[in-house]
Design a protein around this ligand. Structure first.
Ligand SMILES: Cc1cc2nc3c(=O)[nH]c(=O)nc-3n(C[C@H](O)[C@H](O)[C@H](O)COP(=O)(O)OP(=O)(O)OC[C@H]3O[C@@H](n4cnc5c(N)ncnc54)[C@H](O)[C@@H]3O)c2cc1C
Ligand code: FES
Length: 329
């Protein structure tokens, strides 16, 4: 069985066990959240041995070059020497400069950062809550356009970080963050390529950033954005998106609601997946962005692939829930 060396200690890794599971079983506390190789909270550095390509998938090149890997998906095939990351270079601090409620469950936080963050709209930051919990939030702001980092956070029942953001966070509060991470963002160079974007709830956050980024870079191809919610009052930024559609002829915004009560003119009623597929038909040659609810993201990924989109043209961010053992409140 492979052994993991951390500092002066050696830990024996069980059959099929990940580095994270092995270290936790031996009482070593490692920060983690999604435990699925998405959020990058569990980053470690390999000092010797190969953690494997899966554990590096999605990490930016500078991190890969320094042998960073995600310990939650690293099942080592050989002995590994590992170290906790030097988070100094990954950590950054910001101060809330604006807090706005966007609907009855979604709050927008805008942060001024101590040092500039080199990011793209649609990537995500790992925000460290006041009790030390780490949660990922997508970047809505567009570098070069906005002077702040913007996040949209959905209040979840019992949510440790979303609850803090919604009820307690106040202008002037400071937060630490790690990142940016993620590859779901607009890349220029093909301004005429049609774009399809779909998501529910705060899945709109990265999509809104990506659309604004594309438009600010002069994208000329059609951009179709579908945003879904259970009911009309759970949608948000409806007026802003309608105004954007009115001023950009290549941008089409389709609000979708599952229940018809309160639906306004122009809203589509029903299952967002059905609505997208019925209205779009084939998407061969399109660039597709899917964000939010993991099940919807998975289903639309499959459906868009079947409808002709290339695998490399389908970019997605599943909002996977935190699965790390809870810290005491
Ligand atoms: C890449 C990525 C990007 C994300 N971007 C955003 C974003 O822009 N805006 C946003 O609001 N959220 C986003 N999330 C989700 C976010 O990271 C947290 O999971 C969410 O805010 C809940 O954290 P919490 O501490 O409030 O809840 P917790 O205290 O962790 O959990 C409270 C309860 O809510 C349930 N729960 C936790 N997370 C979810 C979830 N994602 N979906 C459904 N139920 C859940 C738990 O099972 C538990 O019952 C993103 C997640 C990922 C992985
Ligand atoms: S990537 Fe490992 S905890 Fe999220």
């Amino acid at each position: 069985m492979p052994e993991i060396r951390l500092g002066d200690s050696l830990y024996s890794c069980g059959n099929g066990e990940t580095v994270l599971e092995c270290l936790e079983r031996h009482g070593v506390a490692i920060p983690s959240s999604c435990r699925s190789g998405v959020c990058q909270t569990c980053l470690m550095r390999a000092l010797s041995g190969d953690p494997g390509s899966l554990a590096k998938q999605g990490l930016r090149e500078t991190l890969q070059a320094q042998n960073y890997f995600m310990s939650c998906v690293c099942r080592p095939a050989e002995n590994l020497g590992v170290a906790l990351p030097d988070q100094a270079g990954l950590r950054t601090r910001g101060r809330i400069v604006e807090k706005t409620f966007l609907n009855e469950r979604i709050v927008r936080l805008r942060y001024a950062m101590d040092t500039p963050v080199d990011y793209r709209a649609g990537q995500f930051m790992n925000l460290i809550g006041p009790l030390g919990d780490v949660r990922s939030y997508s970047l809505v702001s567009v570098p070069g356009v906005d002077e702040f980092l913007e996040f949209h956070i959905l209040l979840l029942p019992g949510g440790r970080v979303s609850g803090w953001a919604y009820t307690q966070a106040a202008v002037g509060d400071e937060s630490e963050m790690l990142g940016p991470h993620g590859a779901c963002f607009y890349v220029g160079g093909r301004p005429e390529q049609p774009m399809l974007l779909a998501g529910t709830g705060t899945g709109l956050a990265p999509l809104y950033g990506i659309v604004r980024d594309a438009l600010s870079q002069g994208h000329t191809g059609p951009i179709h954005l579908y945003h879904g919610a259970l009911k009309a009052s759970a949608l948000y930024l409806v007026d802003e998106l309608r105004a954007m559609a009115a001023t950009h002829p290549n941008f089409n915004y389709v609000p979708c609601v599952f229940h018809p009560e309160g639906a306004a003119e122009g809203m589509q009623i029903g299952d967002i997946k059905r609505i997208v597929l019925d209205r779009e038909g084939g998407v061969a040659g399109w660039r597709v962005f899917l964000c939010g609810d993991p099940e919807l993201v998975r289903e639309l990924q499959r459906a868009c692939f079947k409808a002709g989109a290339g695998l490399r043209d389908i970019l997605a961010d599943s909002f996977l829930p935190n699965r790390s053992p809870s810290k005491p409140a």
